[in-house]
Ligand binder design. Structure first.
Ligand code: PGA
Ligand code: MG
Length: 225
């Protein structure tokens, strides 16, 4: 029996499978410029990613002491941002080195592969299709696929149920992923090249440095959850 049969490996998308920071930064900056605000450097934008489009815009505004509006005005800003980002979603984004081989290896070991992202479905699908990753996952849950998104446990538990897995493992890059996994009772490994660096909430979390090392680290996890 394959060693990881019954395990679903649930990958976060931005900052975990895909380095999307350049395109996220460009789209955020186009939105900020439309509102008369200044551009933000990619190194800072990385730290704003993880809780979806509205949170990214809200944080971009807050960094420049502008309160993000609410109501219809906010909805319009978020929709305009999503439309614009969707139209140029994979100009510079790419899978992190070693992702495809690690996915092959985990599949060979019997694991089921899934994605849980706080991107909305309208962004998740074109990004994964453009990068040739869409067909690799048995289940893909986005921010708007279910009534709650990460850090709720709901998307992770739903993936576990839909894939019929006995246990789940979360592979993510920010506290949002870590807290969702904790709430779902799943172990979580944090990708060090992702966007959560320096967040005290994940300071003590187990990490993976690169994709080559990942399959062995998943194999070594306690098979409890
Ligand atoms: O769009 C975001 O803010 C984050 O998306 P992620 O959950 O794939 O990291
Ligand atoms: Mg992420």
């Amino acid at each position: 029996m394959a060693k990881l049969s019954g395990t679903v490996c649930i990958f976060d998308l931005d900052g975990t499978l895909v380095n999307s920071a350049p395109d996220l930064t460009a789209a955020l900056n186009r939105a900020l410029l439309r509102e008369g605000l200044k551009e933000i450097d990619e190194s800072k934008v990385r730290g704003l990613v993880g809780e979806g489009a509205r949170a990214l815009l809200t944080r971009g505004f807050a960094m420049q002491d502008r309160v993000f509006p609410d109501g219809e005005e906010a909805d319009r800003l978020v929709l305009d941002y999503i439309d614009d980002y969707a139209s140029r979603i994979s100009e510079h984004s790419h899978a992190f080195p070693g992702v495809e081989d690690a996915l092959d290896r985990l599949s060979d070991l019997g694991a089921t592969l899934a994605i849980c992202t706080n991107k909305v479905e309208r962004l998740t699908e074109p990004l994964l299709k453009d990068l040739g990753l869409w067909d690799r996952f048995a289940e893909i849950v986005s921010a708007d696929s279910l009534p709650e998104k990460k850090p709720s446990a709901l998307p992770l538990l739903t993936i576990k149920e839909r894939t019929g897995a006995e246990r789940g493992v979360m592979l993510g890059d920010t506290a949002t992923d870590f807290l969702a996994a904790e709430a779902a009772g799943m172990p979580c490994l944090i990708f060090k090249e992702g966007y959560g660096a320096g967040d005290p909430r994940i300071a003590g979390a187990p990490v993976f440095d690169d994709y080559e090392a990942l399959p062995e680290l998943v194999l070594a996890l306690p098979q409890g959850a």
